[in-house]
Design a protein around this ligand. Structure first.
Ligand SMILES: Nc1ncnc2c1ncn2[C@@H]1O[C@H](COP(=O)(O)OP(=O)(O)OP(=O)(O)O)[C@@H](O)[C@H]1O
Ligand SMILES: [Mg+2]
Length: 488
């Protein structure tokens, strides 16, 4: 398609044409109305003055007879101006006035008519037009009084010319403006198309150009850019996941395979085989757990889990997790405390429970005071052997946190720790796949919130900060109920 063809096909250009047509119609009707009304006014003016003159002249005729009439008419005919007079005898002979010739039949019929005429003193010039009135006088004499219509014609001419010019200007400006606007729009659309093609060709980092005017195209470009950003992030995530899976799952799978091979090669007794099989099952369970965690993260990150959201109280989730992990914590020699206040949420209950469970598991696993924190011989204080699960509402946020008194995570490692498959050096001796915090973080993001890792007085405080559900019937954050007593 040629550039011009593209131009006239744009919505901007077509819209301009429509507006142009509407404007031209409007201008034409305005001018038409003006012209018609002026013409009516001039005609009205002529008829009133002519009528007045007729009654004046017939009065003179009635009182002073034909001589008076002829005298008056001759007098008036001499005055300069657009006035026309003619008096004819019953045989049709002109006896007074300034009209030289008329269209045939005008004098024969009484009343108003428009006619072409020539003045008596200008035989050769072209005929003019006039509005005349013929009156039948007594004795079959006829009197014509009229006005030249030149003024009306000139005025009409001016209006017609104005209409032509304004139409021309409107058309030129309209088409010029249309081309200008359409070209600008087209340039921007072409730039967008170019970027889109680059992105389709595989360069996901491409972004649509955003102007400074903040118009609808800019807003569209901004939104599309936000979408591209999200797509890029998802693609990167996907790539990262596949890389991670390839790297991190290869090791346990290889180990599994080697163990099986080793067991076969040894050709031991049934007990050996049994032990090898049991280890294989254990290892496989670990792998399945890792896969499940990965799937859950993927579900949270893709936003798929959004379909499964309902209203609930985070305090209930916290007490559920507290109940579930209490025996485990006790076996480990720590006390799990619970502190909740109403914390209304709208979200995926299953995912939030899993995220909190991951934080609690971490606190139990890594949150024990280290030897450095508790020098030999010192008595381990009761507080340091406690893990606190809290859920409450703070302003328009719901905070679900787990506080422990272990070594914590150093400032530099915090960002790193939430990445997939990342396990800090200090905890490599403990079982785990490095996905717990990733899932917690993905779940927080899914709900429009975040996972924060902060220093507790000693240890770590991991907090899920999620926007609270706002509904008319929401309870205002109430009294904190401390469940410590229940635990003790
Ligand atoms: N409460 C904590 N105190 C100290 N370090 C922690 C704590 N929680 C997490 N970490 C560190 O962050 C790392 C990442 O934690 P994450 O929960 O993601 O993985 P994991 O616990 O190692 O494995 P998984 O949770 O998948 O079984 C841990 O390996 C640990 O080094
Ligand atoms: Mg963990």
């Amino acid at each position: 398609m040629t550039a011009f063809g593209k131009l006239i096909r744009t919505t901007a250009f077509r819209l301009t044409l429509v507006y142009l047509l509407l404007f031209a119609l409007f201008a034409a009707s305005l001018l038409g109305y003006f012209a018609w009304n002026t013409r009516r006014l001039i005609t009205e003016q002529i008829t009133t003055t002519v009528n007045a003159e007729i009654s004046e002249v017939t009065n003179i005729y009635d009182h002073r007879g034909l001589r008076g009439l002829v005298f008056t008419i001759e007098n008036r005919a001499l005055r300069p101006g657009a006035n026309l007079y003619l008096v004819t005898t019953p045989t049709g002979q002109a006896i007074a006035g300034n009209v030289g010739s008329l269209m045939p039949g005008v004098m024969a019929s009484s009343g108003w008519s428009e006619t072409a005429y020539r003045r008596l003193d200008e035989q050769d010039t072209a005929a003019h037009r006039a509005l005349v009135h013929v009156t039948q006088l007594s004795g079959d004499f006829r009197l014509l009084i009229g006005r030249d219509l030149e003024e009306r014609r000139r005025l009409f001419g001016i209006v017609a010319q104005a209409a032509q010019w304004s139409l021309l200007v409107v058309v030129i400006l309209g088409i010029g403006g249309g081309i200008f606007v359409a070209r600008r729009v087209l340039q921007r659309i072409d730039a967008m198309t170019g970027t889109a093609q680059r992105i389709m060709a595989g360069d996901l980092s491409g972004r649509l150009p955003v102007g400074r005017s903040g118009d609808e195209l800019d807003r569209l470009a901004e939104n599309l850019n936000a979408m591209l950003e999200r797509i890029e992030a998802l693609m990167m995530g996907l790539k990262e996941v596949s890389d991670n899976i390839a790297h991190d799952l290869k090791t346990p799978l290889t180990r599994l395979r080697n163990r099986a091979e080793e067991a076969l090669a040894k050709s031991g007794c049934e007990a050996d085989y049994r032990a090898a099989l049991e280890r294989t099952i254990e290892e496989s369970d670990g792998l399945i757990r890792t896969f499940n965690a990965l799937l859950m993260i993927a579900r949270a990150e893709s936003g798929q889990a959004r379909g499964n959201m309902d209203d609930f109280d985070a305090a209930d989730v916290a007490s559920g997790i507290h109940e579930l992990y209490e025996p485990l914590a006790e076996d480990d020699g720590v006390t799990l405390r619970l502190k909740t206040a109403p914390a209304p949420l709208h979200g995926n209950r299953e995912l939030i429970s899993q995220a909190l469970a991951n934080l609690v598991e971490n606190a139990i696993k890594y949150g024990k005071p280290t030897a450095r924190q508790q020098p030999q011989g010192s008595v381990v204080s009761l507080e340091t052997k406690q893990i606190l699960i809290e859920a409450r509402r703070e302003g328009d946020q719901v905070l679900i946190s787990v506080t422990d008194h272990g070594p914590g995570i150093s400032e530099v490692d915090r960002k790193h720790a939430v990445e997939r498959f990342v396990r800090l050096d200090s905890s490599r001796s403990l079982p785990g796949s490095g996905l717990g915090l990733s899932l917690a973080s993905a779940v927080a993001t899914l709900h429009g919130g975040e996972l924060r890792l902060d220093d507790a007085r000693s240890g770590l405080i991991a907090t899920l900060t999620i926007p609270a559900r706002v509904a008319a019937g929401d309870r205002v954050p109430g009294q904190t109920q401390d469940a410590t007593q229940k635990v003790a």
